[in-house]
Design a protein around this ligand. Structure first.
Ligand SMILES: [Zn+2]
Ligand SMILES: [Zn+2]
Length: 103
């Protein structure tokens, strides 16, 4: 099967872009059946967006609360609001506790 360059319209910005024969071939080799819906620059923009979300970005955006470790007394941060009726541990003490008492 041979491919020919195709003109497609970007679903995002409406620009007409070329879905080249090589890209079509690459596409098919990956098992994709749908034509790309976005031009190169919109695809790139989406990709970098997804990367900043996907590579742990949202994880580090999570709010951290300052706390004092109930075990060794060092200042630490926990991903939840510390409550007075619950001891808070730094990560190393938490791991120790977890290992000992099988929480
Ligand atoms: Zn576009
Ligand atoms: Zn500790």
């Amino acid at each position: 099967m041979s491919f020919t360059d195709k003109s497609l319209q970007c679903a995002d910005c409406g620009v007409t872009f070329t879905f080249t024969a090589e890209e079509q071939e690459f596409h098919q080799s990956k098992g994709f059946t749908n034509e790309p819906r976005r031009c190169q620059s919109c695809r790139q923009a989406r990709k970098s967006q997804r990367n900043s979300f996907g590579s742990g970005g949202s994880r580090y955006d999570r709010q951290m609360f300052p706390a004092v470790c109930a075990e060794c007394g060092i200042d630490t941060q926990v991903p939840f609001e510390p409550r007075e009726d619950r001891p808070v541990y730094c990560s190393s003490c938490y791991n120790k506790t977890k290992g000992n008492s099988r929480w």
